[in-house]
Design a protein around this ligand. Structure first.
Ligand SMILES: Nc1nc2c(ncn2[C@@H]2O[C@H](COP(=O)(O)OP(=O)(O)OP(=O)(O)O)[C@@H](O)[C@H]2O)c(=O)[nH]1
Ligand SMILES: [Mg+2]
Ligand SMILES: [Zn+2]
Length: 291
């Protein structure tokens, strides 16, 4: 029996990394019966069948799990957004952050394509990013000529997962760090390529102090697992101010003696953060429950 980490899953075959040695494994039949599938990131015990193949016997308990794309045991979720093409948006960023916090992940923010942005756009983005730095998020703003090694080293040990919209440059970043990798990146002109996702599966790559995962970009975010009363917890600045509201279950909408609205009026909470919170709260409140 050996123990390793699933780094890739393709058509029912899981590639397991055991200290740099790869095995192609399949799950035992009992997984299928229990409707349980291993996912990339899982630590598994497997029987070795021959030098390169084996059967998964056991999946270790996951410390956390992202549903879309499926990855487990994440130490750092790197939310990747571009300055332009597609344009940076705090509304989208806030939504990514909510998803990350809803899975109890620790997100960091990475903005790419600085080199493509005018200095005016760069300044604008820097200003908006200052709000996130105040909240406590770790932020990097990079372009084509940035020192990629330094960026990768700033993430702590363990598994760092790159996640974000299609076309923001996740695979490009990995290609710069691992020049031998040559992952497919978008090369056709954007107008022809609208809505295409270049990366189609999750894959882990070894870096100096852990792993890094490339993931497929997405176009729609899914809030189905979040209840309206939970949204406020996932805006961590609002959550903190909310501790001093008169009512413990205050949603910071129209309640009296609401510390969140008080801090907003005093300029201690960014208006756009509050607006995005109310928007998402309303969206989830109006959601039709499916039966
Ligand atoms: N100028 C410039 N171009 C970049 C930068 N990062 C990425 N690009 C370009 O942006 C395009 C999209 O990059 P990809 O790496 O394919 O994006 P992705 O996030 O992996 O996209 P999906 O796999 O679809 O999720 C490519 O044409 C890259 O060359 C950057 O920092 N500067
Ligand atoms: Mg990609
Ligand atoms: Zn309140």
């Amino acid at each position: 029996m050996k123990t390793g980490r699933i780094i890739k899953s393709l058509s029912g075959v899981y590639r397991v990394d055991v200290q740099g040695k790869m095995y192609d494994t399949k799950p035992r039949g009992l997984f299928r019966k229990n409707k349980f599938s291993p996912i990339v990131g899982d630590v598994v015990d497997f029987d070795v069948e021959n030098k390169i193949e084996g059967y998964i016997q056991h999946v270790h308990e996951r410390k956390n799990e992202l549903k879309r794309p499926p990855v487990s045991n994440i130490d750092h979720l790197i939310i990747v957004m571009s300055a332009v093409e597609p344009d940076f948006s705090t509304q989208l960023l806030d939504r990514f952050l909510v998803i990350a916090h809803s899975y109890h992940l620790r997100p960091q923010i990475l903005i790419t394509k600085k080199d493509l942005a005018t200095s005016e756009i760069q300044q604008n983005i820097q200003q908006q990013l200052a709000t996130y730095a105040d909240i406590g998020y770790q932020i990097q703003f990079i372009g084509k000529d940035s020192d990629i090694d330094a960026i990768f080293n700033e993430w702590g040990e363990g598994l760092a997962v790159l996640s974000g919209q299609s076309g923001v440059g996740k695979s490009t970043l990995l290609n710069h760090y691992f020049p031998e990798l040559q992952l497919e990146t978008q090369h056709i002109s954007k107008s022809l390529n609208r809505g295409r996702h270049t990366t189609r599966h999750v894959e882990l790559f070894e870096r100096s102090n852990g792993f890094i995962a490339d993931t497929p970009g997405f176009s729609a975010l899914d809030f189905d697992h979040i209840q309206k009363n939970e949204v406020k917890e996932y805006f961590i600045d609002i959550n903190e101010f909310g501790e001093l509201c008169k009512f413990r279950d205050c949603n910071h909408i129209n309640e009296p003696k609401c510390n969140v609205k008080e801090q907003l009026a005093q300029g201690n909470l960014a208006q756009f953060r509050y607006d995005h919170y109310v928007q998402l709260f309303n969206e989830i409140s109006n959601r039709k429950e499916r039966y």
